[in-house]
Write a protein that binds this ligand. Structure first.
Ligand code: AMP
Ligand code: MN
Ligand code: MN
Ligand code: MN
Length: 283
């Protein structure tokens, strides 16, 4: 059963400033024609797309654009994503955060190329940089190149064989601790949101520990309404958020058009209980 529905907020999506396919302007235009009224652009580790749109984009009164980013971090050796919404992404403090991520991604990229070549893949740094364009290189760019060069059937297979959690290309080196990512977002005036908790494959015991550590660090909201999360998990997460007074967030995690499970603004309905992140953002 598809429980996703069209919201007027999108709080988690990617442009080609990171690993999405659309340009920031094309993404904005698509959100506008889908009838959204708020769009938070949350590229991985950068708000360059927001800055470009803010400075030279064609924006409409109908669709408010919010600054955001999805920061990579580490928690108990796991790669955890923290979405930040509402930071001052023109500030020196934020630009410094981005510089640290550029460095981390470049270091990781070198290591990634090394381990993938050692695993027998025919891949060069130039191939992946060409695939990434202006974005910092990430695993999805590697996956796309492997598909184009006939070394993988599709991106899903590339992740399953080489790039996904626990595989050779799962290089986590260099990401800051979760506490740092949350602190960086808050120091720049944003709200920190724990991204897609169902993707980490944690037991409830571990997930509770993650929620505790995240909240302790200053995290304020959790993505509860995610397209691929099973309803029983969503229900339990809603309860956890209410108990802890965490805000309820969500989003599609849109990366490209024509992916049936991730359309802009499509994710499960807000639960009837709990405090919503959207209300807190509108203050
Ligand atoms: P990176 O930023 O290099 O760590 O790559 C993480 C990104 O890879 C995520 O944001 C997703 O866009 C993508 N990704 C992760 N797992 C998968 C998967 N199993 N299949 C396809 N894409 C994935
Ligand atoms: Mn991504
Ligand atoms: Mn993510
Ligand atoms: Mn994402």
């Amino acid at each position: 059963m598809n429980t996703n529905l069209a919201h007027d907020w999108e709080m988690h999506c990617h442009s080609h400033a990171s690993d999405g396919v659309l340009s920031p302007q094309a993404l904005y235009d698509q959100a506008l024609s889908a009838g959204l009224s708020h769009l938070v652009l949350t590229d991985h580790d950068t708000a360059a797309g927001y800055r470009a749109l803010h400075e030279g984009g064609e924006l409409s009164e109908q669709l408010r654009l919010w600054p955001g980013a999805e920061l990579s971090s580490l928690w108990l050796s796991r790669n955890i994503h923290i979405v930040g919404i509402g930071m001052d992404v023109f500030s020196d403090a934020w630009l410094d955060v981005e510089r640290r991520y550029v460095h981390a991604r470049e270091q990781r990229f070198e290591r990634l190329m090394f381990v993938l070549r050692r695993a027998g893949l025919d891949i060069s740094e130039a191939d992946i940089r060409a695939e990434a364009g202006d974005a910092l290189p990430g695993r999805p760019h590697v996956a796309r190149f492997l598909v184009k060069s006939g070394q993988a059937k599709d991106s899903a297979q590339a992740f399953k064989r080489w790039l996904g959690t626990g595989k050779v290309g799962d290089v986590k080196q260099g990401w800051p601790p979760l506490e740092q990512a949350v602190a960086d977002i808050r120091a720049c005036g944003g709200k920190a949101v724990l991204a897609h908790p169902h993707r980490y494959k944690l037991t409830w015991r571990k997930l509770d520990q993650l929620l505790d550590d995240f909240q302790q660090a200053g995290g304020e909201a959790v993505e509860v309404c995610c397209p691929a999360m099973q309803p029983p998990m969503r229900q339990r997460l809603v309860e956890r958020c209410i108990e802890r007074d965490l805000l309820i967030g969500g989003g599609s995690d849109f990366h490209q058009p024509d992916t049936p499970w991730a359309r802009l603004g499509w994710y499960p309905q807000w639960p009837s209980q709990g405090k919503r992140l959207v209300d807190a953002l509108l203050g």
